[in-house]
Write a protein that binds this ligand. Structure first.
Ligand SMILES: [Mg+2]
Length: 298
């Protein structure tokens, strides 16, 4: 049986993006990336990084430097117990200044070449695989390869513009980070293993892309639970109602009537009046209890 994979964009999906990353020392994993990759690997997914590296065509870094950068990326992941199975990059760009790289390439996202290449090498079933990235061109590349797609939108970060890509191709899901993406992928794999999309003709936009802001981060869940408990507590303090007030008044009157009965018994008042006051006390007590029961059951 062919493998399933998660294809990952690199910058702003796995690591921070300082612009054209050109030194290994600048590699900085985004929070939770190692955990996300470990859980995906544990769920049986191959992990493949697919990254456009037009900086090579522009003469900003060499393939040797890029290898060192990716060595540092692998080292940092390994320190957290995570790994990637392959890293594919596209060094080409038509406006490049380094002659050997200055050309169009099928590898460059939003084209799906890197995903197709990796699928060939690692025996990957693309219809059971996912593409995760922050940019519209990541989404389009995944879609064109026949994968399901997740767009990472980092809160408070400037949105990634859709360079060279068709903005009408929407991601199947939108999340805030790779941890959420991993949870979503694993949940979907558990829920519907056969729900694979069929590969559509290249570049035809998906008509009803579904976006879903996933609020299943445990931190958020805890926060919601805390808030609900706070509301419940506040509710307990704000149980004032007319029924409760009337019940309280009736209860006080019942006690006063009872005291009156005792006083009459001690002062040898006429028995008939004492009996009347005793009946009044019983009535008031019953009335008070009825009001309390009504209040509790409303
Ligand atoms: Mg990116």
């Amino acid at each position: 049986m062919a493998n399933k994979a998660v294809f990952l964009d690199r910058d702003r999906t796995l690591i921070e993006d300082p612009g054209y990353l050109s030194a290994p020392e600048a590699v900085k994993l985004l929070p939770g990336v190692d955990l996300a990759l470990k859980s995906l690997a544990g769920a049986g997914f191959k992990i493949v990084v697919v990254t456009n590296q037009s900086g090579i065509a522009r003469g900003l870094l060499t393939e040797e430097t890029l290898e060192k950068i990716h060595g540092e990326l692998r080292r940092q992941l390994a320190a957290g117990g995570a790994h990637v199975d392959a890293i594919h990059y596209c060094p080409f760009h038509p406006e490049g200044t380094v002659e050997q790289y200055a050309k169009e390439s099928e590898l460059r996202k939003p084209r799906p070449g890197m995903l197709l290449q990796a699928a060939e090498e690692l025996d990957i079933d693309l219809s059971r695989s996912w593409m995760v990235g922050d940019s519209p061109r990541d989404v389009e590349a995944g879609y064109r390869a026949g994968c399901r797609t997740i767009r990472v939108r980092i809160p408070d970060a400037s949105p990634t513009v859709g360079q060279e890509s068709d903005e009408s191709v929407q991601a199947d899901f939108t999340v805030r980070n790779l941890v959420e993406a991993a949870r979503l992928i694993i949940r979907q794999a558990d829920a519907a293993p056969a729900a694979a999309p069929t590969a559509a003709p290249a570049a035809s936009p998906r008509p009803n892309g579904r976006e879903e802001d996933l609020m299943h981060d445990s931190e958020v869940r805890r926060e919601i639970l805390r808030y609900v408990r706070h509301l419940a507590r506040a509710g307990q303090h704000e149980e004032f109602s007319f029924l409760k007030l009337a019940g309280g008044i009736a209860q006080i009157l019942a006690l006063l009537a009872l005291l009156n009965v005792f006083w009459r018994l001690l002062s040898e008042a006429p028995a008939q009046q004492t009996v009347v006051w005793a009946l009044i006390a019983v009535f008031l007590q019953t009335f008070a209890l009825s009001l309390f029961v009504l209040h509790r059951n409303r």
